[in-house]
Design a protein. Structure first.
Length: 215
């Protein structure tokens, strides 16, 4: 029964994702302007409050929050790892399907750097390419050696991320990502499994790029 529910959830997620992506006209062969993406980001922010890291949804809401923690050790000094890893543009070519990042606002307040952006992904699906827009706000705390990123994407999936960097005694750096996923209850297992796997892939690719001197 559990396997059947996972399959149904995956099918529902795919159907909802594709329906939303294509109905909005966001396809790989259709380019949205930065102004259009900015308006879409603002609508998502105003409507879904994806930056809100309040307690999980209440029972009966139809939504669930689940958490996941992953880590990687990178053989490089913590300051270098933090600078390279926290730059979202360095994730292009490292994160699965990520093609472009559009930044709308970048400012500092009380020692924290805030960045509002949209990550654009081209995702293969049944012989075609679907473009997905993930709207996000990143908050970088350089003094504390951590950053937080809150995101929202269709079908109404929010993530709350805290990525911390700790220098180890041998001079290497341990990167720990604490991830919280909010989604419809029928989709949550699928979202957590695939979301965590995507972050693990990105961790591995960034580790290789930093240790090789690419970043």
């Amino acid at each position: 029964m559990k396997k059947l529910l996972q399959v149904l959830a995956a099918q529902l997620f795919a159907a909802a994702f594709v329906l939303t992506a294509f109905s909005s006209g966001a396809r790989a062969d259709t380019t949205q302007t930065d102004a259009e993406l900015a308006a879409e980001w603002q609508t998502a922010w105003d409507t879904y409050k994806f930056y809100d890291s309040s307690p999980p949804p209440l029972p009966g809401s139809g939504r669930t929050r689940q958490t996941s923690t992953i880590s990687v050790t990178i053989n490089a000094p913590v300051e270098h790892v933090f600078t390279a890893y926290s730059n979202i543009n360095n994730h292009i070519g490292k994160a699965a399907f990520l093609k472009r990042v559009v930044t709308y606002k970048d400012w500092c307040q009380s020692g924290i750097r805030y960045i509002n952006f949209t990550a654009i992904e081209d995702i293969p699906y049944q012989g075609t390419i679907v473009t997905s827009n993930t709207h996000a706000q990143q908050r970088i705390n350089k003094d504390g050696l951590f950053y937080e990123t809150d995101t929202w994407s269709q079908p109404n999936v929010a993530t709350h991320q805290r990525i911390s960097f700790n220098q180890l005694s041998d001079g290497s750096t341990k990167v720990t990502e604490r991830l919280a996923f909010d989604a419809d209850t029928s989709l949550i297992d699928f979202v957590v499994t695939n979301g965590t796997a995507s972050h693990q892939q990105t961790q591995t690719a960034l580790k290789q790029a930093i240790e090789s001197g690419e970043l």
